[in-house]
Design a protein around this ligand. Structure first.
Ligand SMILES: CC(C)(COP(=O)(O)OP(=O)(O)OC[C@H]1O[C@@H](n2cnc3c(N)ncnc32)[C@H](O)[C@@H]1OP(=O)(O)O)[C@@H](O)C(=O)NCCC(=O)NCCS
Length: 164
């Protein structure tokens, strides 16, 4: 049985999270984060403060993935949450993303959110679309050509939603 542990991240974990963040951003296929941020800037973008949360996924004690979550909008929109996910390329396909997704859904339920909205799932990111769909998310709309994929050119961005 594979030992995947998901736990809240601390600032001490950033050293292990940052290479995963850099790898995913430099792949350029899944997130529209600024391509050349410093470690401090990336940490500000990724490490959530309450009421949000950043977690890490450990496999045999090594950090191989991370997710962040929190309210999608402030004020009158804060009953709907959102989240982002990154798994080390070398660890993909082993169930880490699914475990992070299940953790995120459970966290939103425990916090009393009424739904989870993913704002910008790149349409050519088949692993993510498959994973979120299998966890119950639906594509509620697609902004055509809103993402410039290095590999596929202009592709759509899905808004995906799960009522909880
Ligand atoms: C998306 C991501 C988080 C998934 O993490 P992961 O650890 O590889 O996910 P899992 O191993 O749990 O696999 C998830 C599912 O995707 C499937 N999958 C993997 N690659 C696939 C592909 N190219 N096409 C279709 N499905 C694919 C797996 O078979 C699995 O489905 P199953 O459980 O029904 O067999 C990871 O690929 C990643 O970090 N990508 C870069 C960043 C990113 O895309 N973040 C999400 C943005 S919305």
């Amino acid at each position: 049985m594979t030992e995947i542990v998901v736990r809240p991240a601390t600032l001490l974990d950033w050293e292990a999270i940052h290479p995963i963040f850099e790898q995913v951003v430099s792949e350029g296929e899944t997130y529209a984060y600024p391509p050349s941020s410093t470690s401090d800037e990336a940490r500000e973008l990724w490490m959530e403060r309450a009421p949000g949360l950043t977690v890490v996924a450990e496999l045999h004690g090594a950090i191989v993935g991370t997710a962040k979550m929190g309210p999608n909008r402030p004020g009158h929109g804060d009953h709907i949450g959102t989240a982002s996910f990154m798994v080390d390329r070398a660890a993909r396909g082993a169930g880490i993303g699914r475990r992070l997704g299940e953790y995120v859904i459970d966290w939103h339920r425990r916090q009393g959110f009424e739904g989870i909205q993913f704002n910008a799932v790149v349409a050519s990111n088949h692993a993510a679309v498959h994973l979120w769909t299998s966890l119950g998310f639906e594509i509620v709309g697609t902004v055509p050509g809103a993402f410039r994929s290095p590999r596929h050119g202009r592709v759509g961005l899905h808004v995906m939603f799960l009522p909880i």
